[in-house]
Write a protein of this length. Sequence first.
Length: 557
Amino acid sequence: MAGAFGDTPLGLSSQILSLSGVLTRKLPLKVPRYQRPYTWTEREVRQLIEDLRRAYKRGATFYFIGQIVLVKNHGRLEISDGQQRLATLSMILAYTRDRLPGRSKQFQTLLMDGEQPRLMLREEDTGFYRGYVQEPGRMAEMARHVETGIDSKDLLCAAARTIDIELREISDRELDAFMSYVARSCTLNVVDADERGCAQTVFNALNMRGSPLSGADLIKSDLIENSKLSDSEADAAARKWEQIEDMFERSDFAHLLYMMPFLLTGERVLSPGDLASFRTAIDQAGGVRTFLFDQLPRYAQALRAIYADAIDVGPASADVNRRVKLMKQVEKWDWAPPAIAFLAEHSGEPERVRRFFQALDRFAFACELSVVDDRLQDGRYARAVKNTGDDKALFGPKGALELTESEQMKFIETLNRSRKRDRQRRLLMLRLEAAMPNGSQLEMTNDVTVEHILPKAGGSYWDPYFPDKAMRLEAANLLGNLTLITDAQNTACGNKSYPDKRKVFFNTPNAPIHSLTRDIAGIEDWTMRAIEERHERLVRILCEDWGLIRDSSSQAA
């Protein structure tokens, strides 16, 4: 009997609410400044809409989208966990409000409480979000918004475009019914905490404890204990399992385990905890004995080599490890299952491995730079996993990893564009440095920043050379105007003249001089012509390294 001791812990409560119930609580929701900005890409937005549509079409009583953690602070509810989902769902509601004038008032009440926004993003984005999302009539304009160069705002605009693309074909009547369902039946478990420390404890427990390890243990128990292995086989399998598990961090091992059905069959298990689906995949690929004593060890060795930059494929090793190290800097590791599957089967064929990883490297960066339609990416990676032994299926005219002619042209066009988004710009410069003669193999965590040699803001030295502000901004963000230096050097450069910047580049004690910086040593005057010529040369280097052009007589752009 709990009554004598209380039914709930002090300072913490939990309740199941619909989306409308979450958004219309008495206190407004606020993303605190310590939280990361909006980060969802088109893929996450599209996946959310597709999941909601499936639930609606099958008439599900509710659709549970997880837990959010809120902390009370100065008359607001700070979102400790759940920002991405709430911001995206509010944008979908705003799209519906703008498209259905007759129902706009009802949907607007979920976005604004009079003059008070129901949801406030971080201070850097709250005005942008309010102006385009929470104020009526501007979602279409947001979807057409030009690139700002600020990742969070550009991703919000990309989300608006994705929402429009996914919902524009739905009739007004169906859209009303669907979004009424979302407001009513999209369900969250809301945890309220009285202080941040309490919220952080809950967040850590939810995200760090239990799930990966318990899932792995359940799979281990099921495979070893329920597969009619002899006692000696079960003991040997348990020892082998523990040896493999010890090769990884526990969460990484759980991730490998959850990838295994996809690696073995090319078909994803929708829920990692679905033991029946997991066993079915194992059975289709040769059975439990084959999995435990052959497949799992080989795939684990491949993943371990990828983590350690220690892939051994004879004369192709250096090139393959260079490419893998740079692919690991890409935000989403969708390239990893094909890489693991190929290495597990073909590590003894150096030239085939070299060709495969050049194609995978090219395809992974084409996906990262939105060259390949994100709706097609999963299917093409799955085809690559299924066809590791079939060169035609991988590299033929319609091969999984072969770019179409239009994708190839778009890729080169993308490389030739001004780079305004910070993370993509830095990632591309790291990839370019690795492709340079004697280039460094750098990581996103290294002390290396992107320096705009021609400053975006100009300055007294630069303005006479680049008087047109728009042209200067365009030129400043071209690859040809960028180099890599340390953070301290970047601060020292500021808007200094080109001669003074060269002193910082080449005369700073103990600072590395990367190939991209050595490349400008012979350029005495930094003019528009110098930027354009260097840009063309750098794009060519990337294109040749990725196999986008085959020889020095091909055009890079």
